[in-house]
Design a protein around this ligand. Sequence first.
Ligand code: G4P
Length: 191
Amino acid sequence: MKQLQDAILKYGNAVNEHVLKVDAFLNHQIDPTLMNEMAIDIIEHFKHKEIDKVVTIESSGIAPALMVAYQLNVPLVFFKKSTSSILNGECYQSHVHSFTKNIDYILTASHDYIHADEKILFVDDFLANGEAALGAADIIKQANASMVGIAIIIEKSFQPGRERLVTEGYDVYSLARIKKMAAKHIEFIND
Ligand code: G4P
């Protein structure tokens, strides 16, 4: 998506070969106009799919996912990163390891907000190794719902996340695919 690539080139900061900082429009300050444009693009891609609900993971996935849910007129559920299994009420849980941050967390969702047979679009800000998306997919399976698509804002295509998700049979759509990067240099894959 051209507007997103332009924003990455203008405001993004490739800290090194692995980490891109996009605090100026996505991870700290949020650009609502860009979020809106991105949601339009995501909805166009998945227009032939029935979608009952949008799911993301706290916290940076919430802004783009909310825009998608708003335009589809469906609820947004964000899965929580609980470090404790003591929560009020019954919940689904899945263990996730983040290689980027080198932390483990328990992805958690209440039984009240994910139901059998729901068709879910998963939206997240970054795709690296695919651990978070696979954790979300695990919870959706536990609920006997189905993940009909995965929309990613920024895919780091030099990491194995996309391949792992596609191998599992998921329809993955990324708005910006980064082929490689280094300090002050970012190269995209243009499909
Ligand atoms: P994976 O799920 O694809 O395996 O990704 P990984 O665990 O490696 O990364 C998890 C966290 O790191 C996510 O944030 C993700 O947004 C963030 N992340 C990964 N690569 C980058 C990057 O190049 N730049 C930035 N800015 N973030 C990156 P999180 O833990 O969910 O935190 P939050 O910001 O959503 O609260």
